[in-house]
Ligand binder design. Structure first.
Ligand code: ADP
Ligand code: MG
Length: 351
């Protein structure tokens, strides 16, 4: 079932939590809401679920306005970060809970529970109690419980936030595989970019109650729509400067700014992996530190008359030859993204 959200607004007192948000989720899609903590992701999700009312704007399910539908009538399954399972009930009873509420016969309940235990890799654990499961297993039971009544829409709010990194990664694979199997329209809230990018078909980047960009993971990486997205996604160096002669000077580093009129204030976003460093005695920067991070090496350098700059290389890159603290380097910018920068608040200079 498709979901459309149109011009949603929500304030808490004077605080604007959701600011004119419009977005679409196609039927069968798995979409991530990605944004920093406090950006309004949960509030938007709760409004979609009917657990919170918007001040204005509408939510449509399959084209029908759902604003006056009670949460229970929306056909939504919900999984929270701390979705406490019923502790005094077995795994099977937990999963069957929504089916019992729907008045399904014990036979139907049993068959569905069995199917979900299999699907979630929990076969044989139906008689256990939640306290006898690992954190990852408990979250899978929570997923199975949300899916049991065959919701039209599955909403997950930081569902893997409470488990450790390794289990979280395993749960991501479960969620993706599960989605490929049942194709229920799903929205998944996270502040973790890797999680959003590895699981979702489409990522909606949210900041300060607004949608910054809604696109495929590749599109967001390659064509960040706003300065916020360029800064937030992937590791980047961010500098403020003014265009002169088709360039922006960052200390001795000249960042290409083709076609920008002299005097245009800009914010330059340089991704770590869009920079090349190589050893050169006449270079324009000095290496301060190198950090080996698994298969990558991060290099920190200081630009002459300028700020710190980071780049990142595959560990076996030939560019790393001779790069060590104290050595001088040259810097090549393979890709720079420039965004208009507000020097005076309220005035936006467009590039
Ligand atoms: P996120 O899920 O992105 O972390 P939330 O949607 O939970 O963000 O919250 C967005 C903002 O709204 C936060 O600043 C939060 O403190 C505020 N907020 C959320 N719910 C309430 C509430 N019931 N009362 C007052 N402020 C709230
Ligand atoms: Mg939240």
């Amino acid at each position: 079932m498709s979901i459309r959200v149109s011009h949603l607004n929500k304030r808490f007192g004077n605080f604007v939590a959701v600011d004119d948000v419009s977005l679409e989720v196609d039927s069968g899609e798995l979409v991530a809401f990605l944004g920093p903590s406090g950006s309004g992701k949960s509030t938007i999700l709760r409004i979609i679920a009917g657990l919170e009312t918007a001040d204005s704007g509408s939510v449509f399910f399959a084209g029908q306005a759902a604003d006056h539908l009670h949460a229970r009538k929306r056909g939504v399954g919900f999984v929270f970060q701390h979705y406490a399972l019923f502790r005094h009930m077995t795994v099977a009873q937990n999963i069957a809970f929504g089916l019992r509420v729907q008045g399904k016969s014990p036979g139907e309940q049993g068959a569905r529970v069995h199917e979900l235990l299999d699907l979630m890799g929990l076969a044989g654990l139906g008689e256990r109690y939640p306290g006898q499961l690992s954190g990852g297993q408990r979250q899978r039971v929570a997923l199975a419980r949300a899916l049991a009544p065959e919701p039209q829409v599955l909403l997950l709010d930081e569902p893997f936030g409470a488990v450790d990194a390794r289990v979280r990664e395993e749960l991501r694979h479960w969620l993706r595989r599960l989605h490929d199997e049942v194709h229920v329209t799903s929205i998944f809230v996270t502040h973790d970019q890797e999680e959003a990018f590895s699981v979702a078909d489409k990522v909606i980047v949210i900041n300060r109650g607004r949608v910054e960009q809604a696109a495929s993971p590749a599109e967001i990486l390659d064509h960040p729509a706003t300065e916020f997205v360029a800064r937030f996604i992937g590791e980047a160096n961010v500098y403020e400067g003014v265009a002169r002669g088709g360039q922006v000077a960052v200390g001795r580093l000249q960042v290409p700014a083709d076609g920008l009129p002299d005097g245009t204030p800009v914010c330059a976003v340089l991704r770590f992996y869009d920079l090349k460093f190589w050893k050169e005695d006449q270079g324009i920067a000095r290496v301060a530190r190198t950090m080996t991070l698994g298969d990558r090496v991060k290099v920190e350098a200081v630009i002459d008359d300028g700020p710190v700059i980071y780049s990142q290389f595959p560990r076996r890159s030939s560019l790393l030859a001779g790069i060590e603290p104290g050595c001088r380097i040259h810097i090549e910018v393979t890709l720079a993204r420039l965004y208009p920068h507000n020097v005076v608040e309220g005035i936006t200079v467009s590039a």
